[in-house]
Design a protein around this ligand. Sequence first.
Ligand code: SF4
Length: 115
Amino acid sequence: MAVPVDEAETPFAAPATLGRRACSRIFLTMVAGALPGCGRSGRSGHLCSDVSRLTEAERELRFQTLGYVDDTSDPRSCRRCQQFSVVTGSPCGRCALIRGPIDPDGRCIKWAARE
Ligand code: SF4
């Protein structure tokens, strides 16, 4: 004897409850996660993204005021900036203007060519 299946308990009920935007977001997240390198920041991965030791003011300077980003395809990246210095044994560098780990492939609005 067949038991009636409650529609809400089937996995096929989910699309009826999710909007098109939510489905698109889930799909894009899945695709990005499946592609190598997507969702990572710079060649250092997420290693240079840890700003947990910075104060709120330092984070504001880093992100809002100076617009620092971990990864840029722009050739004017931190590694070619005069404010950048290498930290021996670390994939992250240091910046004379911004506290915290700096991705060599990152950039901010204060970029200035090394002389
Ligand atoms: S000033 Fe900006 S571009 Fe230059 S090293 Fe610092 S964060 Fe990178």
